[in-house]
Design a protein around this ligand. Structure first.
Ligand code: ZN
Length: 154
């Protein structure tokens, strides 16, 4: 049995790590022993595990998920901080949108395109209100989702 976990030090601002493990205790152990914790004096007690029930962990080995983008697409991360966007390539905060890792700008563009297409089909002009709705949802998503600390990809 494999599960996806998001492991952090209990401080939302610091982000955390995506881990595949059979149990929460194992997930905690993997992160602790990796020495990857960049949270300073984080000790065993402070480490928190969150089981991400919807994460797609099929095909992933037990351990830390090293491919951050993959972890985002699989739902292990809610967002990535300062990571290159699939579309514009800029280092920005990304969320997963239709299987792509996109910045909020590109998601908005994508969404606008979709809304315009569907409005054309339906002949209804509610584009503006739907775009506003989407921006609201995005903001909520960014505020409430776990994030990864700034990745070392340079
Ligand atoms: Zn972008």
């Amino acid at each position: 049995m494999k599960r996806g976990y998001f492991v952090d030090n209990g401080d939302e601002d610091d982000g955390g790590f995506a881990v595949v493990a059979p149990t929460a205790k194992e997930a905690k152990k993997i992160v602790y022993e990796s020495g990857e914790l960049i949270f300073g004096d984080t000790d065993w007690i402070a480490i928190r595990t969150h089981w991400i029930r919807d994460a797609a962990v099929i095909g992933l080995p037990i351990g830390m998920v090293t491919d951050c983008r993959d972890a985002l697409i699989r739902g292990l991360y809610g967002s990535l901080m300062e990571y290159p966007c699939d579309k514009c390539g800029k280092d920005l905060d990304l969320t997963c949108y239709h299987g792509q890792a996109l910045c909020s700008c590109c998601i908005e563009k994508e969404y606008k395109k979709e809304v315009q297409q569907s409005t054309k089909q339906k002949g209804i002009d509610n584009t503006q209100s739907r775009i506003r709705e989407m921006s609201e949802r995005l903001r909520e998503l960014c505020e409430h989702s776990p994030t990864y600390p700034i990745p070392k990809h340079e």
